[in-house]
Every structure is written in C-alpha cells, then in structure tokens.
Write a protein that binds this ligand. Structure first.
Ligand code: SF4
Ligand code: SF4
Length: 343
C-alpha cells in the first residue's frame, strides 16, 4: 500500500512519532480540566506486558521510531507497574523513555521522592513533567508540587524537569478550601488564558465558565491536522489509540489481531485522496475535512439539539455533539472509550 504513495502530495496521516502510554485512568484527583475524565473510581489499567507490546508496536510502526512518554490518569498511582515497565523497556533496548507525567500527589517527603526519581533515572527516564494549576491544586497541595520540582531539579537537572504551568507554581495556592463561587472565579480567570483543551471533563466543567458563541463562529474549521497529521497519539491499557488532542475519537484498537503499524497503514490507505470518498460515513472524515460544525449538522438531522447558549470553542462543540452521538449509539467503533463519555 505504502509503495503507491504519490510523494508530491502531503501524507494524509503522519507517522506517529510521539506517543503517550496511558498507564491507568485512575487518579487521586478529579480535576475540572481533565480531558481523560480520570478519577479515583476509574479502573482501566495497563499491565507491564501490554505496555511493552504497545511500546514495541509504536516504535516499529514508524520509520522514524517513536518517542514514548508515560501518562494517565496518575501513573505514580501504579508505581510498581510504572517502574517495572520503564526498567524492562530499558533492558530490552527500546527507545528511551522521554518523560513521565505526574500531579505530585505522592510527593509527601524527600525520602520517597529521592527513591522514585533515582529509580526512574536509572531506568532511563529523561524528563519529569509536573502538573500544577488551579484545577490540580483543588486536589493536590501545591507544596508537594513545589517540593517535587525542587528535588527533581536537584536530582535530574533543571533541563529535565517541566512544570505545567511555571507561572502558577510560583504564585499559585491551594484551591480546595475556597468557597465554590470564589473557586469558579479563579478557574474562569485561568481558563480564559486558553491553555486547556475543552474536551472530556474540561468541556463539562470549564466551558460554561467561558464566553459562549453560536456554532457558526466555528464553521470552516477542519481538523485534519489535529486528527491525522499531529504525529502525537495516546494509547490506553485496552489498546485504544486516540489523537493526542482529540480525546474520545478512536483511530484504532491494537490487540493480538491488529498491530499498531497495521492500524496506521489502514488509516493512511483510507484517508489517501483516492480512497477518501469511500469513507464518507466515517466521523473522522467529517471532522478532518469539514470540522465540528459539519458534524453538528449531521447530528442535528438525527435529533441533536443545538445549545441555544452556544459553545466556548470548536472542541467544546465537537465534544458536545460527540457525547450525544455516543449516548445514542452512533459511530460505535470510533467513539470511546466509554469511560470518557460516561465517567
Ligand atoms: S488532569 Fe491529571 S491529575 Fe487531574 S484528574 Fe486528570 S489525570 Fe488526574
Ligand atoms: S474539534 Fe474535535 S476533532 Fe477537531 S481538534 Fe477539537 S476535539 Fe479534535
């Protein structure tokens, strides 16, 4: 299939060269900004064996290899799996672990931080990414994020630590004890900075704090880049592959009968210019070629009611329409996993 590619045209689907393994959907927190809808009651986990298979599959699916980061949910909530996966991937000579993401909830004292960061460093982790913002600080004391950042810089070096967001960790505060109205005000102020993807729980909880616009404002806004050309995907413990920024849209499900490389090749074949007309009933075609307003119109014909107050962004519109489609059983192979639509 790939040999027939016309090299004068851009590739319909970019190679996946940056992938996040979602080690678990479990999280101690339930942040208003969470696009994976993670929470203490979420259950899907990734075993070490599955993680290694997915890691190998991602590397072999692209001629350029694939940079792997481990995310979640909160991967430190599955510490034994996290460190074992990193160690075994390192021993097997797989691509180095680019980063691990955390909200720092576990960083209660220096001893445990030193032990875990040293173990991850020895297992080949390059970077630690720490999440800190008003939504996370509803669930994690900011002092833990600060302690972790300080010790991580000491142990790993400054260039191997990223905090999202640097301005907040310097000036921020815990938001859990704020009265609800005040917390919403802080969230609204922060959400207006436009740093959050309005999908998943963020679409449910943050979008209503933002100015809303009629859907026509998001017309002529195709999503080919985000869906198929971003190079970035996330993959969970069930093998569900989603575009990096489009939670809830399934590019494919890797399992013993479907390799990651095979899924990528099928997408490439289906979305090549010569073949795309045959895929017109695929939600990815609608979104990639025309954007969420086209999907909304399609859903409206099926019974979806446009929100009279409007939408905060094109992704909020897309999410709202997709939730309705999911609830009503449309596009079952493309919309999921269920945990993000029905957390
Ligand atoms: S945003 Fe991160 S810390 Fe917050 S609930 Fe989601 S996975 Fe957990
Ligand atoms: S509108 Fe939908 S498909 Fe487009 S970038 Fe946003 S979430 Fe992805």
């Amino acid at each position: 299939m790939l040999n027939r590619r016309d090299k004068s045209k851009p590739m319909p689907v970019k190679y996946w060269s940056f992938a996040g393994l979602l080690l678990t959907y479990w999280c101690n927190a339930r942040c208003a900004s969470c696009y994976t809808c993670s929470s203490p009651s979420a259950r899907t986990d990734m075993s070490v064996e599955v993680g290694l298979e997915l890691w190998k599959g991602l590397i072999s699916a692209s001629p350029h290899g694939c940079r792997i980061h481990i995310s979640g949910g909160e991967p430190f909530g599955r510490w034994e799996t996290l460190i074992e996966l990193a160690k075994q991937a390192n021993s097997a000579g797989l691509a180095p672990l680019e980063a691990v993401e955390t909200n720092a909830y576990w960083a209660r004292n220096e001893k445990i931080i030193r032990e875990r960061l040293t173990a991850l460093h020895d297992a080949g982790m390059f970077r630690l990414k720490i999440s800190a913002d008003p939504y996370h600080q509803q669930y994690v004391p900011i002092e833990r994020a600060r302690l972790l950042a300080r010790l991580a810089e000491e142990i790993l070096g400054k260039e191997r630590v990223r905090v999202r967001w640097e301005d907040w960790i310097k000036e921020g505060f815990d938001t859990d004890s704020l009265p609800l109205e005040e917390r919403q005000r802080v969230f609204a102020t922060y959400a207006r900075k436009g740093r959050d993807r309005l999908t998943g729980r963020a679409a449910r909880e943050l979008a209503r704090l933002l100015p809303l616009k009629p859907p026509e404002c998001f017309a002529d806004n195709p999503c080919w880049s985000a869906l198929l050309r971003s190079r970035h995907v996330h993959i969970d413990g069930d093998g569900v592959i989603c575009p990096g920024v489009c939670t809830g849209i399934i590019l494919g499900i890797a399992d013993s009968s479907k390799s990651i490389g095979g899924i990528w090749q099928n997408l490439w074949y289906n979305f090549a210019d010569d073949n795309i007309e045959e895929q017109n009933d695929d939600i990815i075609v609608t979104l990639a070629r025309f954007g969420p307003v086209a999907l909304m119109k399609q859903a409206e014909r099926l019974g979806y009611a446009i929100r009279p107050d409007g939408y905060a962004s094109k992704c909020h519109l897309c999410w709202d329409v997709r939730c309705w489609l999911f609830e009503n059983g449309y596009f079952p192979g493309r919309l999921g996993p269920a945990s993000v639509y029905k957390p």
